[in-house]
Ligand binder design. Structure first.
Ligand SMILES: C[S@@+](CC[C@H](N)C(=O)[O-])C[C@H]1O[C@@H](n2cnc3c(N)ncnc32)[C@H](O)[C@@H]1O
Length: 256
């Protein structure tokens, strides 16, 4: 473990290899003195702060994520995207099940959800009952799906690529499990086109990541899709809210 302190002695920089299971606090910034700018690093907490963060991650964060993921403009994105899912559907990072009310049950033959954060599953199961839609929910990470090649017609991924530690590997897995011609439906926030907003994304990242379940503000979604072999039709733009968090990319993608 590298021990370069960042802002507080309670915060210690470690590499992803040191702490590969935690999505929390990954970033990519340089340190100039104590100021983060742009090299790969990961923040974690030690001592009483570590206990506080565990309690926060387990008992507070699922509810905060659920509230953020239920904001009206976010729900509007789901409303236009999710009903397009059809056939055998895999949802990546199902979280608290915010997409469940938007599936068109008449078009779906099977719905599998994966999310390693088991503390989210209870809310997702409640939403599944309320929506009258059966979901096979599994505590799995998207980077390694124990699923046969070409076994899903649709993959749904909303507000999740920001939090997956290895988003490129997860996208390669999504491509692998899709049938030829199958669709990835996605809606993600990410790297803003304006330099001033991007600078804010970089400045905020060291604090935002640990508090927001490892969420990366500046992921380049179009570049990730392209480098992992997807051809996509992408729409983008700011939604209402603070600009570092609200530049969105959404649309569909298929194996190129
Ligand atoms: C901001 S929440 C979004 C939840 C949900 N997709 C939605 O649209 O409301 C991000 C989700 O990504 C999940 N996640 C983090 N790492 C993951 C991984 N390696 N594989 C799959 N999901 C992951 C988190 O547990 C969390 O539920």
């Amino acid at each position: 473990m590298q021990g370069s302190p960042c802002r507080s002695d309670a915060l210690v920089a470690i590499t992803p290899a040191d702490y590969p299971q935690s999505p929390r606090g990954r970033g990519s910034h340089k340190m100039q003195g104590n100021v983060p700018v742009d090299i790969p690093f990961t923040l974690t907490f030690t001592g009483p702060e570590a206990i506080a963060m565990t309690i926060y991650d387990r008992y507070v964060l699922p509810y905060l994520i659920d509230i953020a993921c239920g904001l009206p403009m976010v729900q509007a994105q789901r409303r236009q995207l999710v009903p397009q899912a059809q056939g055998r559907v895999l949802e990546i990072g199902m979280g608290t099940g915010r997409n469940l009310p938007f599936y068109d049950r008449t078009r779906i033959t099977r719905l599998v959800g994966v999310d390693p954060a088991m503390q989210m599953h209870r809310l997702a199961q409640k939403r599944s009952r309320e929506a009258g839609i059966e979901v096979e929910l599994m505590g799995l990470s998207a980077e390694q799906l124990p699923t046969a090649n070409a076994s899903f017609d649709t993959v749904v991924c909303t507000y999740t690529l920001c939090s997956i530690p290895d988003a490129a590997q997860a996208l390669r897995e999504m491509r692998r499990v899709l049938v030829p011609g199958g669709k990835l439906l996605f809606c993600e926030h990410g790297r803003a086109p304006d330099e001033a907003v991007r600078r804010w994304q970089d400045r905020l990242q060291p604090l935002w990541g640990p508090l927001a379940g490892g969420c990366q503000l500046g992921r380049d979604i179009p570049a990730l899709l392209e480098e992992t072999g997807f051809a996509s039709s992408i729409q983008s733009g700011y939604l209402a809210g603070p600009r570092p968090m609200t530049f969105h990319y959404w649309g569909q993608a298929q194996a190129a």
